[in-house]
Ligand binder design. Structure first.
Ligand code: B12
Ligand code: SF4
Ligand code: SF4
Length: 236
């Protein structure tokens, strides 16, 4: 386990210099519903680790630039894994990563850990960071983690409930964001077109950009472009 320090301090001490942050704990009473640990037991606690706004971009982009032509296909995943696996080894935890199949329910864990809810875009909206945050990994533990903030942080009002006009719904040029869900085919088709390349591919998803929540946490342009490129699969 993490020794005497609270897990929040352990995560922040090891990873905050890289722009990765503690994002709460999802708990599973008697392991029910928890992911499997390396030894086959079910986890009783999962600590989420992620970015807040553009927090990871300076450290990640400096590392990425230093990789030169030896860069791998999924550099952000690779970079996050190195850092988080290292912390898992030090704390005796099992590490999980959002892009590794079978997909672990990161969003469900985040809802439980931080009381977040989904936005019409499918991504979770945070009362402070808006749509500008994500998850880079998680650490699973066999024991419950008694932290001062044991009760999940409750979100008094969901930002979308108070959002006049819901501008995200109208901002997508091809109507891919609807109250019923996200139309990935329509989105990807547009991204491959000339206006899509000039618009969303270069500047980021227009629907996400239209959201007024978390204004001060918007990703820098380079990071937006990086995530958009990752959303479009390479041509066959
Ligand atoms: C597959 C996937 C996608 C698919 C969605 C397919 C689908 N309809 O589910 C595609 C490729 C479309 C996608 C797109 C994006 N994704 Co995505 N995606 C995932 C991934 C790898 C797995 C989702 C899953 O199946 N989970 C398994 C189930 C069992 O977990 P769950 O928590 O119970 O399920 C939740 C999701 O399925 C969610 N959901 C349902 N429909 C949709 C649709 C979309 C678009 C999203 C994002 C979620 C979503 O609802 C469930 C919550 O109860 C997750 C990482 C993860 N492991 O969760 C990231 C994840 C959900 N994606 C994320 C992001 C940020 C995006 C993008 C914004 C990427 C970008 N361009 O920057 C886009 C959003 C689209 C847009 N408008 O730009 C983040 C969300 C962070 C947050 N704040 O909530 C995650 C958590 C990855 C991360 N590293 O943080 N994504
Ligand atoms: S624009 Fe409004 S409805 Fe859309 S995600 Fe942002 S707060 Fe929610
Ligand atoms: S990336 Fe562009 S096309 Fe895709 S959902 Fe966002 S606004 Fe719509």
């Amino acid at each position: 386990m993490s020794g005497l320090l609270p897990i929040r301090d352990v995560v922040e001490g090891a990873l905050a210099p890289q722009g990765l942050h503690y994002r709460g704990v999802a708990r599973f009473a008697h392991g029910v519903g928890g992911p499997l640990l390396r030894d086959g037991q079910a986890a009783r606690a999962v600590v989420l680790i992620g970015n807040i706004g553009g927090s990871l971009w300076p450290a990640f982009s400096a590392w990425h630039a230093g990789q030169g032509s030896g860069a791998c296909a999924d550099p952000l995943d690779h970079w996050s894994k190195q850092l988080i696996e290292n912390l898992a080894t030090k704390t005796g935890a099992t590490a999980y990563f959002p892009s590794d199949p079978p997909y672990q329910p990161f969003q469900r864990w985040a809802m439980s850990a931080e009381g977040l809810r989904a936005s019409p875009l499918g991504i979770l909206i945070h009362p402070k960071f808006g749509l500008w945050h994500g998850y880079r990994g998680a650490l699973g533990f066999a024991e419950d983690i008694s932290e001062p903030e044991k009760t999940p942080i409750s979100m008094p009002r969901h930002p979308c409930d108070d959002c006049a006009g819901r501008p995200c719904l109208a901002a997508c040029p091809v109507g891919a964001i609807t109250a019923d869900g996200f139309d990935l085919t329509a989105c990807r088709k547009f991204l491959a077109s000339e206006p899509g390349r000039e618009g969303c591919m270069g500047k980021g998803c227009l629907a996400r950009a239209a959201c007024p929540a978390g204004e001060g946490f918007r990703y820098p342009e380079d990071q937006l472009r990086f995530h958009m490129e990752a959303l479009v699969p390479p041509p066959d």
